[in-house]
Design a protein around this ligand. Structure first.
Ligand SMILES: *Cc1c(COP(=O)(O)O)cnc(C)c1O
Length: 377
């Protein structure tokens, strides 16, 4: 018997009460029943996004909401600043190019985070930058970006600040309004604890001025259409009803735990994973590790891709390997969403067992021991 355990940085495990809420018969979306759920969901989204701004929900993966940000803020020929510190930062650049927006790219070494001063400098050098695209948790490298500091250096700028928080929302603190983040993008299958299929974005009044003028082609993702509907607690097109029901349940769980305690849990679990990995002689890949996913360097002499595959095949446990240039060089364990101490212990233990099988020399149990110590601290 192989019990499947999901420790990947998206999709993440879905709590039983959320699954049960989604298991009911389908309901129609233009009904008072759905409207009540949709209203509660939208209110709870504002709590989790830490904003007074509208939060829009699309039936799309997270990338759909990233695309919504680009097409609603910009016009072909506009200039945008894209921070590239990994695979997902690169996506902002690719999206800009797809819509004939000129990206100015700050290339950050993978494993590192952008210096806010570099953004300040770019904004001074290029007065025509209309939007700055950032990533809170760069899931491909496990690095966290200091969005608060970026918000500070952008205070006097006309440009809007856009943050991809797809893997961070509900795991890492992001004070949308207090830090001046104009557009926050999220997805359903990571910290928000439901299956893939929803892309979300919040939009500030400053960003709305751009939404009204943007000339990029847009139809499904047109925020003006979405806003007209949202103002009536409605959606322009058929919403992903089942996922909205699940999201509402998941948001209620976060609210009951409180954001503060949710973030503290993610910090504690991430500290434990880092301690566990280091205790068996492994190096962390991220210079500034995010409290949502831990990227660990594969030790010398071990095939990283084989390690991830063997853990899945032999134990039924899914962790993630490295992407693009990091293929085979790192593995990633998620702490995002519906995770507790015992998920973390499972993650560390399966790595210890497989590394031992593959011939890596270390004192067995030391990783789990170090993590337990950290969890009790
Ligand atoms: C997962 C992820 C995405 C992509 O989301 P999809 O739902 O796969 O489209 C984008 N950015 C970050 C930071 C992510 O972690």
């Amino acid at each position: 018997m192989k019990k499947k355990i999901l420790l990947t940085p998206g999709p993440t495990p879905v709590p039983t009460q959320v699954l049960l809420a989604m298991a009911g018969p389908s309901i129609h979306h233009r009904t008072p029943e759905f409207m009540a759920i949709f209203k509660e969901m939208n209110d709870n989204l504002k709590y989790v996004f830490q904003t007074k701004n509208d939060v829009f929900t699309f039936a799309a993966s997270g990338t759909g909401a990233m695309e919504a940000a680009v097409v609603n803020l910009l016009s072909p020929g506009d200039t945008a600043l894209c921070i590239q510190a990994g695979k997902f930062g690169e996506r902002w650049t690719e999206l800009c190019k797809a819509y004939q927006v000129n990206p100015i790219v700050i290339d950050v070494a993978w494993g590192d985070a952008v210096q806010p001063e570099a953004i300040e400098k770019a904004l001074k050098e290029h007065k025509n930058i209309k939007a700055v695209f950032t990533t809170l948790c760069e899931t491909s490298t496990g690095v966290v970006t200091d969005i608060k500091a970026i918000g500070q250096v952008m205070l006097k700028s006309e440009a809007v600040l856009v943050t991809d928080a797809i893997s961070a929302l509900g795991s890492i603190d992001l004070q949308t309004d207090a830090w001046g983040v104009d557009v926050v993008v999220a997805g359903s299958q990571k910290g928000l604890m439901i299956p893939p299929g929803l892309g979300l974005c919040s939009v500030s009044p400053k960003a709305w001025k751009l939404v009204e003028k943007a000339l990029c082609p847009r139809y499904y993702f047109d925020l003006r259409t979405a806003k007209k509907a949202l103002d009536k607690t409605d959606t322009a097109f058929t919403p992903a009803v089942t996922l909205c029901i699940g999201l509402n349940e998941a948001l209620k769980m976060i609210k009951a735990e409180t954001l503060e305690k949710t973030f503290a849990r993610h910090q504690r679990l991430s500290r434990a994973v880092r301690a566990g990995m280091q205790a068996i002689g492994l190096k962390l890949y991220a210079k500034k590790p995010a409290d949502a996913v831990t990227a660990v360097c594969v030790p010398e002499g071990i095939d990283g891709e084989k390690l991830v595959k063997a853990i899945r095949d032999d134990f039924g446990i899914s962790i993630a390997g490295g992407q693009a240039e990091l293929k085979g060089k790192i593995f990633r364990i998620a702490q995002m969403g519906y995770m507790n101490e015992f998920d973390i212990i499972t993650g560390i233990s399966c790595i210890e067992l497989m590394l031992a099988k593959m011939g890596y020399a270390f004192e067995r149990g030391k990783g789990v021991g170090a993590a337990e110590k950290e969890l009790l601290a």
